[in-house]
Design a protein around this ligand. Structure first.
Ligand SMILES: Cc1cc2nc3c(=O)[nH]c(=O)nc-3n(C[C@H](O)[C@H](O)[C@H](O)COP(=O)(O)O)c2cc1C
Length: 217
């Protein structure tokens, strides 16, 4: 039985934080509605809150990172390694600016699995920094809320099927989630949070291509 949804994120400019909190809160609310016990939601910045967060088989982990140049940022990958998943069911989520998220989602899912999380879903969601700031240059929605909602509904159904039974041995075993990417994982982006904030506006000025969010369960 799921008792807790924990969102952990790395978010230099705030978009990934919004995405992760939205996912964790929506999924927490759906699970809480159909559970006889309370389902609590907690969200943490993975650079600031590395201690005292524990994952177990009664926890859903939502792990959020941004795509920088099609990769996950190095400080985020380093911070992730201090967490131990203990087999917690996990949704890996990448926020991106509407161009290409490249290898980022593949890298995040692999990293989460290396840290002991059991990935049952993954998604890349478009979060437009310029639109979020109200720029007239951006016709894109600030946050692809429709895709986030669809993913939460579908992921919650899967979680209910996988975690609904009290007896571990009787639970349905999840199929591996397929996210395409390259092996070996290429060098992870080394950009620092401060440089990311400066680069963000430049990136969005040159971003014209809009690709829809995608998710896999
Ligand atoms: C240095 C840098 C590189 C980026 N590279 C990409 C990219 O390759 N593809 C993309 O779609 N968005 C890219 N973006 C946009 C971010 O992925 C997007 O705005 C994300 O939501 C930022 O997350 P944050 O607000 O949590 O930092 C990049 C942004 C920065 C600052």
């Amino acid at each position: 039985m799921i008792r807790k949804v924990i969102g952990i994120y790395y978010s230099p400019v705030g978009g990934t934080e919004i995405m992760t909190k939205t996912l964790a809160r929506k999924i927490g609310a759906i699970l809480d509605d159909c559970s006889p016990l309370d389902v609590n939601v907690e969200c943490y910045d993975m650079l600031k809150d590395q201690s005292g967060i524990t994952f177990d088989d009664e926890t859903i982990a939502v792990i959020g990172m941004p795509a920088y140049v099609g990769k996950i940022p190095l400080p985020a990958a380093a911070a992730m390694r201090s967490f131990t998943g203990n087999g917690a069911l996990t949704l890996a989520a990448v926020s991106y600016g509407g161009r290409r998220y490249g290898n980022a989602l593949f890298e995040l899912k692999r990293l989460a699995e290396d840290c002991g999380f059991k990935a049952i879903g993954a998604g890349a969601f478009m979060i437009s920094y310029m639109a979020r700031r109200g720029s007239a240059r951006s016709a894109a929605p600030a946050i692809d809320m429709d895709s986030l909602s669809d993913f939460c509904n579908a992921a919650s159904e899967k979680i209910k099927r996988l975690a609904g039974c009290e007896i571990e041995e009787l639970r349905i075993k999840p199929m591996p989630v397929e996210v395409s990417g390259r092996m070996p994982v290429h060098k992870i982006s080394r950009i620092s949070p401060r440089a990311a904030a400066a680069a963000q506006s430049v990136f969005n000025r040159i971003s014209v291509l809009r690709r829809k969010s995608e998710w896999f369960l």
